[in-house]
Design a protein around this ligand. Structure first.
Ligand SMILES: Cc1cc2nc3c(=O)[nH]c(=O)nc-3n(C[C@H](O)[C@H](O)[C@H](O)COP(=O)(O)O)c2cc1C
Length: 186
């Protein structure tokens, strides 16, 4: 499987990256092809809500920033692995901007009752880290993720929460077991 792995932490070697690297290794060992992108080091603006993407004949987004190659990679991949720390009860701004821009991957023609997703049938998964608890905190990213999976007509391979995360030592054997299990769902 071709898996696009998106690191949504500003830190390339922080808690989220540590968990993600472990999962990516498991996936590679299972002969999946993994492409890793550090989203926060790119320049991605939020959605301008111009609806250019919904006009007939237009593909992706008229804002030609760093989101475009990632959106193309999403269309090309079999699975998308999201990972992020919890920032103010949500996704970090750079990752949130990308999630908003994914709106262009849904198309509909005037009069249609249903939209068509360019990601239809793909697998998605999520790793979340947080300084605090899962409840009413890290789970808020999971709720948004599950809605996105449904909205995009995709399948979820699952979510692993690392919360509370007190550093890379929190990516312990029990979390590694959860990540191993997640890797088998791709
Ligand atoms: C700007 C900012 C906002 C944060 N907001 C939350 C929060 O709302 N809830 C929480 O539990 N932890 C919060 N944290 C802590 C991070 O989620 C936590 O330290 C995470 O594991 C960092 O992952 P990283 O090392 O991959 O960046 C916040 C940290 C920062 C820097």
């Amino acid at each position: 499987m071709k898996i696009l792995s998106l690191l949504g932490s500003p830190k390339k070697n922080g808690n989220t990256a540590h968990a993600l690297n472990y999962l990516e290794e498991q996936l590679k060992q299972q002969n999946h092809e993994v492409k890793h992108i550090h989203v926060s080091s790119l320049s991605i603006e939020g959605c301008r809500e111009c609806y250019w993407c919904k006009q007939e004949g237009n593909f992706l987004c008229c804002n030609n920033d760093d989101a475009i190659p990632i959106l193309k990679e999403m269309v090309d991949a079999d699975a998308i692995l999201f990972s992020a720390p919890t920032f103010c009860w949500g996704f970090p701004a750079q990752m949130k901007a990308l999630l908003d821009r994914m709106f262009c991957l849904l198309s509909w023609k005037e009069g249609d009752t249903e939209s068509k997703s360019l990601l239809e049938g793909k697998t998605m998964a999520l790793i979340v880290t947080a300084g605090g608890e899962v409840e009413n905190n890290a789970e808020l990213l999971g709720i948004a993720f599950n809605n996105m999976v449904e909205f995009m007509n995709c399948k979820s391979a699952g979510i692993v929460y690392i919360a509370p995360c007190e550093g890379i030592q929190s990516i312990n054997d029990s979390i590694k077991q959860q990540l191993d299990k997640l890797s088998k769902n791709f």
